[in-house]
Design a protein around this ligand. Sequence first.
Ligand SMILES: CC(C)(COP(=O)(O)OP(=O)(O)OC[C@H]1O[C@@H](n2cnc3c(N)ncnc32)[C@H](O)[C@@H]1OP(=O)(O)O)[C@@H](O)C(=O)NCCC(=O)NCCS
Length: 156
Amino acid sequence: MPECRYEIIPFDSRHQSWAAELHQETMDEPWSQASFEETLQHPGAWGFVALSTNDNNSRALGFIIGRTITKEAEVLTIVTHPDHQNQGVGRALMNQAMNGCLATGVHAFFLEVSMVNDSALHLYQSLGFEMVGERPNYYRKKKLGAHKAFILRKKV
Ligand SMILES: CC(C)(COP(=O)(O)OP(=O)(O)OC[C@H]1O[C@@H](n2cnc3c(N)ncnc32)[C@H](O)[C@@H]1OP(=O)(O)O)[C@@H](O)C(=O)NCCC(=O)NCCS
């Protein structure tokens, strides 16, 4: 596979329909386009998109959306297109989001992740997130049924 080159830019309304399609493809409980629109209207909401720079039509490879409330930021959703996973896109999106939040005075990041999501858990733990809680039966998957979410935090 050729090296995947990309740039990270702010998420805006042009990306909502594509993001909803990608959610539909990858998530058990996908957001609608209206959910993206509504979430991004909240004060403190932020988002970034990874755009391929390998070709001329700037394909979107992944995105992250979160929100900041006072000095704490929460990652609400992060997805890399299945064709581009394990190429550093998720890590780059997380780093961009965390650096952006740090510049606004954030001192802690939170997120929720399924206990069976090995790649996401690996990524977050390698970025310095630690488990601070659990939510039993938080996720439902067709094959696995209900299972817990871990609540992760990174202090800076
Ligand atoms: C989680 C997700 C966003 C990560 O995006 P990505 O672009 O693949 O992330 P990266 O390539 O930057 O990093 C993935 C890391 O997981 C590792 N990994 C992949 N599969 C793994 C597995 N089964 N077990 C452990 N680690 C794994 C990779 O080696 C890589 O780590 P490294 O950088 O130390 O080599 C992506 O897998 C995804 O979109 N999943 C579906 C949606 C989802 O689950 N979102 C998260 C909800 S909390």
